[in-house]
Structures are given as structure tokens and as C-alpha cells.
Write a protein that binds this ligand. Structure first.
Ligand SMILES: Cc1cc2nc3c(=O)[nH]c(=O)nc-3n(C[C@H](O)[C@H](O)[C@H](O)COP(=O)(O)O)c2cc1C
Length: 334
């Protein structure tokens, strides 16, 4: 299975927007797993440059992951209130920037680039791309992977023509890929049992997979591959901020929490003061909240204020160890 991936092990390095560097993706690819570019926050041209940097470092195929854009409709008063509620945090950090600038989603430019650069595997989160996009990619024989957090989403993705599905359990670090119906937080094992058998296409398990025995458990449940993020976050090649890496290496069991406070979309990260201060705040929907908090997160990182940074991490962050990508991957292999 996954012949086109040319991988030695049925493991995918999770695409992690803002974290994956060309070195990180190439190190994964060269370690025998599928490397993946988290292109979500990049423009079309930045995506192209990134792809070319990876190509310089590895000859094997890799994946590009993009965010499917969503329509947002929100009243101006909600945005104002959400911005006002961030003021106490701006004061602590000495941030004066309150404007937010919603960018045109880079999605369609990225799809052009994926095709032009001859990328062989493309994955999506936050939605199911429309028919025309899927047809264009399929006409180039590009292998397509969708992200599901419910059985209903898995069925929708399969019907739309995805070649495989990442089943993302509630344990997963970073954003929920959810896009249909009520937001749910179903643990990975339960979700796999619901989805495997309901769909005919291969399923990739993601969320809290931290070692070989957990990986084997996923394969025994019927997953054809696993996707690992948090386990690789503190590696030498990872582009995570050093404070983010330290926070993960020092994380305690139960130290992560699901929050919408940073971006307006539910995401799992290490609990910190920002999240606590925002419990009663107005939160604008994604991507508006993401833009509203950008200057705060940038300044926090610049001044080493880990209390106000988004420290995305999965539920098993306490099991993450440092090392090179290859050394961490070796821990997953029999
Ligand atoms: C820091 C971070 C960033 C992430 N960014 C993305 C992303 O850009 N696209 C995506 O599809 N998934 C993203 N994810 C989710 C992963 O694909 C995957 O579901 C998750 O890492 C699996 O759980 P684990 O972190 O416990 O291994 C991200 C996860 C983390 C930890």
C-alpha cells in the first residue's frame, strides 16, 4: 500500500504549519518515512520556495499539506469585543498593534504550485476541497489525503474522491481538522473503530502516538499508517521555537488542553497563562482570532514570554524526547 510514497515504514511525519522546515521534512524523508510540508500559513510563492528547498535535500517524494479555506461571517462588534479582551495581555507585553488584516487564503495559489512543482502527495485539513480542485489534482495523479475527526467527515472525504484519510483523535496536538457538524472530541482508538470498516480507502491514525507499542496498537486496529507530530516537535531539525521545545520536554502528563483562545479554532497545546486569562474572553472565529493574536504571539516569542505563546502539543507531550529526527523515528520501528 501507499506505493507512491516510496517509504520504508508506514509512518508520516505530521505536517505542522510554522514548525516544519526543509531540513525537518528532508530528514524525515531520508529516514524512510513520509516527510510533509505544513504549508498552511505560506503564500503560493513561499510554498514553491519551500518545496524547492526540500527537493535540494532529498530525492524521495514528500507531501504538501494545505488548509482548505472556510467562509467566515462575523459581526464587527464581536471582532471589537474579542480585540478589547486581548488588551490586558497586550499591556503586559507592551504590544500596541490592534489592527488585524485578513489575508486572502493562499489555497488556490498553493494548488497551482503543487501541480507545477510535480508534488506527488497532497493533504488537506479544515475541510474537503471542492470538486474542481480535486479533479485538477487527480488529473496529475496526485495522491490526496483528507483529515477527519468524525465518521461523517470520513465518509464525506471518501465520497469526494480522497485516496486516504487521516483519522485525527482528540489526543492530537495542534488544530482539530474538523469541518462538518458539531465539534466533537473523540479519542483516536474509538474513532478508528468507527471509521475503519465504514470506509473502503486506507486510514492513517493520528493523535498521541508516542512510541512503538502505540503504533503497533494502531496497526492492529486496522490503520495502514500512522501520522506523528508531537513526538518529533523537540527534534534538532524541528523549527519549533526553543521555548516551545523546552515546554514540551518539561511537560507533565495532563498538561495539555484544548483551546480556541489563540486562533478561534479548537487546538490542543500546553496550558499556560494566556489560555487561563482568556477563559471568559470573547473569541472571534478562525481565522480572525488568529490574526488578532498574531502580534501578541510574535512579541511573546521575541521576549521569551512562554506564558503568552501558543505551545501546540498533543496529549502525550510528556513522552516526547529530544534527538535527531532519525533517532526519534527509530523508536517507532520494530
Ligand atoms: C505544532 C503542530 C502543528 C500542526 N499543524 C498542522 C497542519 O499545519 N496541518 C495539519 O493537517 N495538521 C497539523 N497538526 C496536526 C497533525 O497533523 C496531527 O494530527 C497531530 O500532530 C497528531 O497528534 P500528535 O501531535 O499527538 O502526534 C499540527 C500538530 C502540531 C502538534
Amino acid at each position: 500500500m501507499f506505493k507512491q510514497f516510496e517509504i520504508t515504514y508506514p509512518i508520516i511525519q505530521a505536517p505542522m504549519a510554522g514548525i516544519t522546515t526543509p531540513q525537518f521534512v528532508a530528514a524525515s524523508a531520508n529516514a524512510g518515512v513520509l516527510g510533509a510540508i505544513g504549508a498552511g500559513y505560506l503564500s503560493g510563492e513561499e510554498t514553491r520556495d519551500f518545496i524547492r528547498e526540500v527537493k535540494k535535500r532529498t530525492a524521495v517524494p514528500f507531501m504538501v499539506n494545505v488548509f482548505v479555506p472556510e467562509k467566515v461571517e462575523v459581526e464587527a462588534e464581536i471582532i471589537q469585543k474579542a480585540s478589547d479582551d486581548l488588551e490586558p495581555i497586550r499591556k503586559v507585553l507592551g504590544v500596541h498593534e490592534t489592527e488585524y488584516q485578513l489575508k486572502v487564503p493562499p489555497f488556490y495559489d498553493q494548488i497551482d504550485v503543487v501541480i507545477e512543482e510535480g508534488v506527488k502527495i497532497c493533504s488537506f485539513t479544515f475541510g474537503c476541497p471542492e470538486k474542481e480542485v480535486i479533479q485538477r489534482l487527480k488529473a496529475q495523479n496526485i495522491f490526496l489525503i483528507g483529515t477527519a475527526t468524525t465518521k461523517q467527515e470520513a465518509l464525506l472525504l471518501e465520497k469526494a474522491g480522497m485516496d486516504a484519510i487521516v483519522v485525527q483523535g482528540a489526543e492530537a496536538g495542534g488544530h482539530r481538522g474538523s469541518f462538518d457538524g458539531k465539534l466533537t472530541f473523540i479519542p483516536l482508538r474509538e474513532l478508528l473503530r468507527e471509521i475503519i470498516g465504514a470506509v473502503q480507502i486506507p486510514v492513517i491514525a493520528a493523535g498521541g502516538i508516542a512510541n512503538r507499542s502505540m503504533a503497533n496498537e494502531m496497526f492492529a486496529l486496522g490503520a495502514e499508517a500512522i501520522q506523528i507530530g508531537t513526538a518529533l516537535l523537540a527534534t534538532e531539525e524541528s523549527g519549533a521555537n526553543l521555548l516551545h521545545k523546552e515546554a514540551i520536554l518539561q511537560a507533565n502528563e495532563g498538561g495539555t488542553v484544548m483551546t480556541t483562545a489563540f486562533t478561534g479554532k479548537a487546538a490542543r497545546g500546553i496550558r499556560n497563562l494566556f489560555i487561563e486569562m482568556m477563559t471568559k474572553a470573547e473569541i472571534a472565529p478562525y481565522p480572525i482570532q488568529n490574526d488578532l493574536t498574531k502580534s501578541i504571539r510574535r512579541e511573546a516569542a521575541r521576549h521569551g514570554q512562554v506564558n503568552f505563546m501558543s505551545l501546540w502539543a498533543g496529549e502525550n507531550a510528556h513522552l516526547t524526547r529530544e534527538g535527531k529526527v532519525q533517532e526519534v523515528i527509530a523508536r517507532f520501528i520494530d
